[in-house]
Ligand binder design. Structure first.
Ligand code: SF4
Length: 754
């Protein structure tokens, strides 16, 4: 294993180092002396200090050296702004930036892209110049969605990557441990600091058998989501294994890993197999495939490896599923779906079907979708619902254009959107229904939280395989099961759809389409990155204040949030995406989606200094102006959803000190720590109920110590007796420094300067 193979065709001098990984693993093996899961092998072979590192799943914090960093345009702005404040000439770890999130779907691909170029010029210019300056590969608007581009060009078996997007785990389809993080973590790795991750537990999913004609890899993850729920994967890597794995395409495995984010998993991985080799070969990386074959024993679980939890799925028995509405873990098999629609009174008319996105836009997905569409066209019928197609990358778009699937989908009634996130992230100028009108849509995307796609809280969004999306769009109703029901052809005769079919990989190879990549130049010293001081989209960062070393007394509760509080509730996406590079402006969306337990409403809280009810951000600003720090009380799994660190930066910027919840989603918890905030949990979750929104609290910050609880002293508003509540936290020594310095970045800049 002495040979060197380049990590990607797009860069020179960055090699896959299976030899070194093997050495590291031998060191860890001799210490642990037990069989390892594949997920463990990837992580432990990337340890910064394999000799000295404590290793206990679910307990230790691993210090890791990722191979790569990937950022999408919405998160890259803040990541690069932060990297700039660390004062380094170029990134220390190979990195790429992908322009995909800021393109709004309105009238179709090319026009929408042109509009996006105009609207976002300032941001694209900032990203393209800063990428050139700091030696970062830049994928221009129109190139495609980050996870698709990574799979096509950068992912490799056994690799470790972090990405500033929750669906980074998509690369697990190529056997890579790819983990979604906040921009602040990306900055660490770009700046050559080891990256810290709590050693995940490993949940095994054993697949046996072979899927039926209408079942797809998507249905595996829809089923797993139903079993594990949105919290079930928290703190764990989901590791697929078993002979059933070999019956899945590489891109299908990527779909499964992608949606592992919906169950809160740290990431998901598949072991290296021939299907991955085929995909590597099809994407011009045969040398990587051959190298991986040499190291194959390191790229799968050991015989007898133990999982913290084991789920078994017999693919022979697995039905297609539809998950939703409003949450991705409400899983219903297609045979029960009609009943569920009726029983729950979900709007039965299907208004829109959307296929594609980073989750499901592979050649296989598009080919199967097109086969159903063609079947419909052969019967003289088309989509009844509005139907959109989002290719995941320029390469996919160009290839399905060349091979005819795109035309079939257009003939079927499809509007082809830009190779970008579009409606998946709320970048959708939807016009077919009014705000507030209950309606149903179905997509092959991954997420379906309230309001995510079209900002209409009455939209019932379902997720399913592209096959089902096409079939249901054709029927125009949720009341349809393509496996058994018939439709009317153009003459009114009944027909049943044929089972979908289509090639996994293009027989004639991929067509790269337009050149959408900007490599960083050799000579970068003279390049300038300009940020206009008058810009309302970009703002250089000011360091936060360090901790004053004291307990914090008499703090108001800005809001006691009840129920689901996702990062979409804390820092809404959609129209706010444009302020991702401007902390002060984007802070005007802070917590505007969270439900106030005092009144059951969003964005209405009482300002205790004035007695007035006002918006959450306005109230926080008022407190900040008056020098009053504040806390938020939150419910279970607070901050689930995405990795955006704005959800942590905003409360910090507007004067928050602590977020106190029943539990946290992992990425958000770390993000809060990085920004110098205190994410704390009730040691006894029932204490959540003891606190009233208008109470005041003392937070005994001087008690902060590793593994020790901290006291919250509650002064009830209604004049009752003061009482204490115990709070837990997951700070380790290093992370406590972040709190003390005011943020991780403050600490880094001080250390770089020293
Ligand atoms: Fe884009 Fe949606 Fe994929 Fe996120 S989940 S990268 S928003 S397509």
């Amino acid at each position: 294993l002495t040979k060197k193979v380049e990590m990607t065709n797009w860069e020179k001098g960055h090699f896959i180092n299976y030899g070194k990984m093997h050495e590291n693993l031998q060191i860890v093996r001799s210490r642990l002396n037990r069989p390892l899961t594949y997920a463990e092998k990837i992580l432990y072979s990337h340890l910064d200090d394999p000799h000295g590192q404590d290793i206990e799943r679910g307990k230790s914090y691993l210090k890791l050296r990722p191979d790569r960093v990937a950022c999408q345009d919405a998160t890259a702005q803040m990541a690069i702004l932060q990297f700039m404040s660390a004062g380094m000439p170029s990134v220390a770890t190979p990195s790429t930036v992908h322009c995909d999130h800021l393109i709004e779907a309105q009238i179709g691909g090319e026009k929408d892209l042109e509009r996006a170029y105009n609207i976002n010029k300032e941001v694209y210019d900032f990203l393209s110049t800063s990428c050139a300056k700091y030696n970062i590969g830049f994928w221009k608007p129109g190139s495609g969605i980050i996870h698709q581009i990574i799979l096509e060009n950068y992912a490799f078996p056994g690799g470790l990557m972090i990405g500033t997007d929750s669906h980074t785990p998509n690369a697990g389809g190529l056997g890579m441990a790819a983990i979604g993080v906040g921009g602040a973590d990306a900055v660490d790795v770009m700046a050559n600091l080891p990256w810290e991750l709590k050693a995940p537990k490993v949940i095994g999913v054993k697949l046996t058998g072979k899927m039926g004609a209408w079942t797809t890899p998507k249905d595996i993850i829809l089923k797993v989501a139903g079993i594990l729920t949105v919290k079930g994967g928290t703190g764990a890597i989901i590791e697929y294994h078993g002979e059933g794995v070999n019956n899945l395409s590489c891109t299908g495995m990527a779909t499964i890993c992608n949606m592992g984010a919906e169950i809160g998993a740290t990431t998901s991985v598949f072991p290296f197999n021939d299907r991955m080799y085929d995909y590597l070969a099809a994407t011009k990386r045969t040398a990587i495939g051959d190298f991986a074959r040499e190291y194959a024993a390191g790229l799968r679980e050991d015989e007898g490896a133990e999982y913290d939890e084991l789920i078994e799925i017999d693919l022979n028995e697995l039905e297609p599923h539809i998950n939703g509405p409003f949450t991705p873990d409400l899983a219903t098999p297609i045979s029960k779906f009609k009943e569920a629609v009726k029983a729950n009174n979900w709007p039965v008319d299907l208004k829109v079907g959307l296929i594609g996105s980073c989750t499901n836009s592979s050649y296989e997905d598009m080919s199967r979708a097109a086969s159903i569409a063609q079947d419909a066209l052969d019967h003289g019928v088309k989509s009844k619902a509005v139907f959109t197609v989002t290719p995941g990358s320029e390469q996919i778009r160009a290839t399905i254009e060349r091979d005819g699937q795109l035309k079939t989908l257009e003939d079927f009634g499809g509007m082809v959107l830009a190779n970008a996130c579009g409606p998946c992230i709320g970048q959708w100028d939807r016009r077919d229904v009014k705000k507030g009108e209950p309606n149903s849509i179905i997509s092959s995307y991954n997420r379906n939280f309230t309001g995510r796609n079209d900002a209409n809280p009455a939209t019932h969004a379902f997720v399913a395989s592209p096959d089902l999306v096409v079939a249901m769009s054709l029927a125009g109703t949720l009341d349809f099961n393509p496996l058994v029901d018939t439709l009317k052809d153009k003459d009114g005769n009944d027909f049943q759809l044929k089972a979908p079919g289509g090639a996994g990989l293009p027989a004639n190879g991929y067509d790269p389409g337009q050149d959408t990549y900007q490599a960083p130049p050799e000579d970068r010293a003279q390049l300038n990155v300009a940020v206009s001081p008058t810009s309302d989209r970009l703002q250089l960062l000011e360091p936060f204040n360090a901790w004053d070393g004291k307990d914090a007394l008499d703090l108001p509760i800005l809001i006691k949030a009840q129920g689901k509080t996702t990062t979409d509730h804390i820092s809404m996406a959609g129209p706010w995406l444009k302020y991702r590079g401007h902390l002060d402006n984007i802070s005007n969306n802070m917590l505007i989606g969270a439900i106030n337990s005092a009144n059951g409403e969003a964005n209405k809280v009482k300002n205790f200094t004035t007695g007035e009810t006002d918006a959450v951000p306005a109230t926080a600003r008022d407190y900040k102006k008056k020098g009053i720090r504040w806390v938020v009380i939150g419910d279970w799994n607070y901050g689930e959803g995405s990795s955006r660190e704005h959800a942590a930066l905003e409360p910090r910027h507007l004067g928050g000190l602590a977020i106190i919840t029943r539990s946290f989603a992992r990425i958000h918890e770390t993000n809060l720590k990085k920004q110098g905030m205190l994410p704390l949990t009730f040691s006894n979750p029932e204490d959540y109920d003891k606190i009233q929104p208008a109470d005041k609290v003392d937070l005994l910050c001087t008690e902060l110590a590793v593994g020790k609880p901290m006291t919250l002293r509650v002064h009830p508003e209604k004049g009752g007796d003061t009482f204490d509540v115990s709070l837990s936290h997951t700070f380790n020594e290093g992370q406590m420094e972040w709190f003390k310095f005011g943020s991780a970045l403050n600490m880094m800049a001080k250390k770089n300067a020293a």
